[in-house]
Design a protein around this ligand. Structure first.
Ligand code: HEC
Ligand code: HEC
Length: 125
């Protein structure tokens, strides 16, 4: 995890791992930071440039990396995310309010790791 990225993009939510979105979606998202899901997440061009490089270089690739075309791209709207989280969604999302709150279930999400689960029951009921 790039430290500048983690600091700038991890203050309101976990710094989502670069490999969760394809490059085209990161580009769209970074263009719209002034109106970012109802928040102002804008930053100086000189601070943004290295973050942009980091995200694009480590972006998602392969068959599940089709760009969404959304104006506000979400990891949680991708079909791979929905498929992986079908069971978790049924049991636990209401109490965590937003699926985007990765850390509620993945204690190492701030380090870009999503294998560990905070509660062994997540996904089972
Ligand atoms: C000022 C607070 C703030 C900052 C700074 C911020 N964000 Fe966000 N971000 C939000 C909010 C609020 C949401 C919507 C969360 C929700 O739906 O629960 C969001 C959502 C997202 C999502 C979509 C999550 C999903 O549902 O899949 C991505 C991706 C994202 N942010 C990336 C970034 C990146 C990259 C940066 C740094 C350039 C950044 N954010 C900086 C507030 C912020
Ligand atoms: C309500 C709990 C919950 C939330 C919130 C949640 N997840 Fe998950 N996630 C799970 C569960 C449960 C699994 C395991 C699914 C399985 O293996 O059947 C999982 C699996 C994953 C995997 C696959 C891990 C592997 O072993 O390869 C990834 C990647 C992932 N989540 C990313 C995320 C991201 C990114 C977010 C936030 C945008 C998020 N998750 C939010 C519960 C959650």
């Amino acid at each position: 995890m790039d430290p500048a990225y983690a600091a700038e993009c991890g203050s309101c939510h976990v710094p989502y791992a670069a490999g969760l979105l394809p490059a085209e979606d990161w580009k769209t998202l970074l263009k719209g930071l002034a109106k970012h899901f109802g928040s102002d997440a804008s930053m100086d061009d000189k601070d943004l440039a290295p973050i942009r490089l980091y995200l694009l270089k480590n972006a998602r690739k392969g068959p599940s990396a089709a760009p969404s075309g959304a104006s506000e791209p979400r990891i949680t709207a991708t079909s791979w995310f929905k498929a992986t989280h079908r069971d978790a969604a049924r049991g636990h999302w209401p109490e965590h309010k937003s699926a985007a709150n990765c850390e509620a279930c993945h204690p190492s999400a701030k380090d870009g790791r999503y294998r560990e689960l905070s509660d062994p029951l997540y996904g089972i009921d």
